[in-house]
Every structure is written in structure tokens, then in C-alpha cells.
Unconditional design. Structure first.
Length: 133
């Protein structure tokens, strides 16, 4: 929460800040706050009307579906059959073969971070092409 909101939410802070203001300035501030509160109230009432209208439309559609013998649950189950999963990417084949610290043969596709064992061997003078499969 910002310092301004903390101050506006505390009556003592408002009183302390208002001591330096004239009555005319305070009334102007009050009028501006009243306008903002009124706008927010109007927006909330408008949203509530839209929500109630939407709910009435949904209830109407539900009644029409039930009258035609369609259960809304069936519709949900029907739409769930559509496969929305992203297809998995085919793994890339290994391009390099190397020996790790335990003398085990390992492979690397060439993507991502280079394995430490391979990096160490390259720093010792070998070339990456030496490890091609």
C-alpha cells in the first residue's frame, strides 16, 4: 500500500495534513473526491447490471436446452473431448559422444549448456568436431 493511501485511510493523518489548507481548498478536494467516488459507484452499478443480464441470458439458455432434452453437463463433456494439449516436440538426436569423469560414455545434442566433462576436454586442446557421432 502506498504512503498516500495509508495517509488517506487514517483520520489523524488527514487532520494533520488539513491544518495547512484553507476551508476553500478542503471543499475543492472534497468535491473532487465526491466525483471520483460517484464515478466508481456508477461503474459498479453498471457492471452489476451487466452481470445480472448475463446471468438471466444464461438461465434462459439453460431452460431452452432442458426443454429440448439437452443436459448442460452433456455439453460440457462434449466440449472436453477436443484435444487442447500442445503436441510434444520430437527429441533431437545426439550429435556428440564423450567420456565423463567416471569414464562413462555420454552424449550431447549440442543444445543447451555444454557438459562440464566435454568443456574440460575442449579446454585441454581437443576440438568439438573430435566428438561428433
Amino acid at each position: 500500500m502506498s504512503d498516500l493511501i495509508k495517509m488517506l485511510n487514517n483520520i489523524r493523518s488527514i487532520r494533520a495534513q488539513s491544518r495547512d489548507l484553507s476551508l476553500i481548498e478542503l471543499e475543492a478536494i472534497l468535491e473532487k473526491f465526491s466525483i471520483v467516488v460517484s464515478e466508481i459507484r456508477d461503474t459498479a452499478v453498471e457492471k452489476e447490471k451487466e452481470d445480472s443480464g448475463r446471468k438471466a441470458k444464461l438461465d434462459n439458455l439453460r431452460q431452452l436446452m432442458l426443454a429440448d432434452g439437452i443436459d448442460p453437463e452433456e455439453l460440457l463433456n462434449f466440449s472436453g473431448k477436443i484435444n487442447k494439449t500442445k503436441p510434444t516436440r520430437v527429441p533431437r538426436p545426439a550429435r556428440y559422444k564423450y567420456l565423463d569423469e567416471n569414464s562413462e560414455i555420454k552424449t550431447w545434442t549440442g543444445q543447451g549448456r555444454m557438459p562440464k566433462a566435454l568443456s574440460k576436454q575442449i579446454s585441454e586442446g581437443k576440438k568439438l568436431d573430435d566428438f561428433l557421432i
